[in-house]
Ligand binder design. Sequence first.
Ligand SMILES: [Zn+2]
Length: 122
Amino acid sequence: MIENPYFSNDELKCSCCGENKFNDNTLRRLIAVREQVGPMVISSGFRCEAYNTAKGYTQTHATGQAVDVRIAGGDALRVVGMAIRAGFTGVGVSQKGDWAGRFIHLDDLTADQAPRPAMWSY
Ligand SMILES: [Zn+2]
């Protein structure tokens, strides 16, 4: 993981096993977003395949190229705008219910990995 003042191994590692294969290029994009929009809380970074399977999630986070940012409202819109400019190609929007539970998924998968560019809601 590349050195940076914003995101720690603890934030980006798999919450089940501690493995962290977060992608350096993806992290550079995330840093670019952070430098424009300010502090961001990461709710999920790298997730190993076993954890995704156990939770019924897709394997997108197992690539190390995906992150969920806990953010809502106008701040969420700013994150999406900057993320697109930073080169993120997948944007998932979860903006219903309590603000504390809202998030934006960002990934920079390529078209050979998944249908990209893409935007979806949860
Ligand atoms: Zn794990």
